[in-house]
Design a protein. Structure first.
Length: 216
């Protein structure tokens, strides 16, 4: 156990002792309860304090809290993505439909990636908390305006600007997905280089492992 955890456990034990002492003193001194029952109450309070303040308990509580936060984030993202898909089915412009469809697919992949690799949630905070809900909001407003069949320069300008914006969002979401795998790509590439160097140092030719060349 490291010094940091020892310090936490010491503080936790001290706090538990204070709680246990208080729960002993109040019945024994303040309420006139006999010694043995008061000692029992204090001991129970001390044990409960140890459980509450132990580093293991805190770590477990923090872990559960993170898992719940991740679950809520992904649940909300799935609901927003489902709404995007629903709006896509009502849009009229073919190019816009294509871009929204790709956005939906990309968001699905990002959600699946974070579900399988929760540590990547740190790289998607802005995506889930801002970019995705704003995209949904833009599409909802567009769908509403489109349904009104307005014949004005302002509405036409708005719809054209939105179509261009959705195209940019499509590209940026794909970049977000690519960024999630950037570290994996770099790490795997480095691992392959080390592996190839080891093979070469042992006198192996990398082509020896190419079954296609052998069969040819």
């Amino acid at each position: 156990m490291g010094k940091k955890n020892k310090g936490k456990d010491y503080k936790g034990s001290l706090a538990s002792a204070v709680i246990g002492g208080a729960f002993f003193a109040i019945p024994y001194i303040g309420l006139g309860v006999s010694l043995l029952p008061s000692l029992g109450i204090g001991a129970v309070a001390f044990g409960a304090g140890n459980l509450l303040f132990s580093s293991d308990a805190k770590d477990k509580v923090e872990k559960v809290a993170k898992e719940m936060t991740l679950y809520d984030t992904l649940k909300q993202a799935k609901e927003q993505n489902a709404q995007i898909q629903n709006i896509m089915g009502k849009l009229e412009d073919p190019e816009l439909v294509k871009n929204v469809g790709e956005i939906h697919d990309t968001v699905t992949k990002i959600i699946d990636t974070v579900s399988r690799k929760p540590d990547k949630i740190k790289k998607t905070n802005s995506f889930f908390n801002y970019y995705l809900p704003v995209t949904l909001n833009i599409l909802s407003k567009y769908d509403d305006i489109e349904n009104q069949k307005l014949d004005s320069k302002d509405s036409e300008k708005f719809m054209k600007k939105t179509q261009e914006m959705i195209s940019k969002i499509n590209k940026s979401f794909k970049t977000q997905l690519s960024n999630l795998y950037q570290a994996d790509i770099i790490d795997t590439d480095a691992e392959m280089k080390v592996f190839e160097s080891m093979l070469n140092s042992e006198g192996f030719d990398i082509s020896d492992f190419n079954t296609e060349n052998k069969e040819g």
